[in-house]
Design a protein around this ligand. Structure first.
Ligand SMILES: Cc1ncc(COP(=O)(O)O)c(C=O)c1O
Length: 351
């Protein structure tokens, strides 16, 4: 039996329709700019996002890095959340590959960056001691704090701030379509205020590989060169783009199902004594669980017990777990997980 894999939405396998489309995809050489499937995917993505142009890249990390290296030069500074993926989990790519300095600031409990913190972090450009502040990077949904969707109103307020200070605004929208589904707004509205956006085809949208970056035609033209420098000029990429096209055409409209499954799972688990979930945070496909110190077992014990039943979860520390729902987590599988966790809580789990 395929595992009930709640570790992340990065684990999603392609659907049978995607596998078929990949087998039959028309391809060319994308570095020469003549892969018809890649061209179709990039046109579709740009249209859906309301941006002039889009570029197909290997991963979310490559998408963010390509954007940051295209916007910023050596020694420029970006303002970014301390727990943002771009800052915390991308191998320091912008520093290592682009000599870009990061100014990390706290991420608020609602997933936003405090506008006062940003104002405060912007450097005085007349002082030779400082790097030049060039860009603010936002994450939507915020993957380390509840998977919280960030509103278009907040993003516009941040845009206004950036405009007052001549800064670029980049959005890591790895789960942008989850945010749009949860907020019930068009993705175009969420990304209208930003100069560049990166989103993943490979997470909730279920494609096996790939991300998209989008922005002005001029920006994407320069980003294409940056992607090549990063080794991301991929030849017959149409085979993968074919799955991306199906991802974009079919998956955004069903993401509310993943969100409903997350709510159902969170709501049932939160009834268990010693297990805490902030239900207000469960707005998309993520559930963050805190275990009481008083419980006679740790999150690692629970993880081991559930793994024996082919249920996988992401343990962050002894008392903290993240679960993520996605296409392959059906309501029946949610019920299986609820029953299994309940059983662990009703019998002593080995410690
Ligand atoms: C918010 C966020 N941004 C970017 C990424 C990077 O995506 P990738 O793993 O495709 O490099 C991830 C991956 O989990 C993510 O959660």
């Amino acid at each position: 039996m395929q595992a009930i894999d709640l570790r992340s939405d990065t684990v999603t396998h392609p659907t049978p329709e995607m596998r078929q489309a990949m087998a039959e995809a028309a391809v060319g050489d994308d570095v020469w700019g003549d892969d018809p499937s890649v061209q179709r995917l990039e046109r579709l993505a740009a249209e859906m996002l309301g941006k002039e142009a889009a570029l197909f890249v290997v991963s979310g990390t490559m998408g963010n890095t390509t954007c940051l290296l295209t916007h910023c030069g050596r020694g420029d500074e970006i303002i970014v959340g301390k727990v943002a993926h771009t800052f915390k989990y991308e191998v320091g790519a912008s520093a290592a590959l682009g000599s870009i300095h990061s100014y990390p600031i706290p991420v608020q409990p609602d997933g936003t960056l405090d506008l006062h913190d940003i104002e405060h972090a912007i450097r005085d450009s007349s002082d030779v001691h400082y790097p030049v502040t060039k860009l603010v990077a936002l994450e939507n949904t915020q993957g380390s704090i509840g998977g919280i969707p960030i509103s278009a109103e907040y993003t516009q307020a941040l845009r206004d701030l950036c405009d007052r200070h001549g800064l670029k605004l980049h959005l890591d929208g790895a789960r942008l379509f989850n945010a749009a589904a949860a907020l019930e707004v068009d993705v175009k509205t969420l990304v209208a205020p930003v100069d560049s956006v990166s989103f993943c085809l490979s997470k909730g949208l279920c494609a096996p590989i790939g991300s998209i970056i989008a922005g002005s035609a001029e920006f994407i033209g320069r980003a294409r060169r940056t992607r090549k420098m990063l080794g991301g000029g991929w030849r017959q990429a149409g085979i993968i783009a074919a799955a991306g096209i199906i991802a974009l055409e079919t998956m955004p409209k069903r993401l509310h199902e993943d969100h409903a499954n997350a709510k159902a799972l969170a709501s049932a688990l939160s009834q268990l004594e010693g297990l805490h979930i902030d239900m207000g945070q469960v707005q998309t496909n993520m559930i963050f669980i805190q275990l009481d110190q008083a419980l006679p077992f740790t999150a690692y014990d629970l993880e081991a017990q559930l793994a024996e039943q082919n249920i996988l979860m992401d343990v962050w520390d002894e008392r903290f777990i993240r679960l993520v729902t996605h296409y392959w987590i059906t309501p029946e599988r949610v019920q299986t997980v609820i029953d299994a966790v309940r059983a662990c809580f009703s019998q002593p789990v080995r410690s």
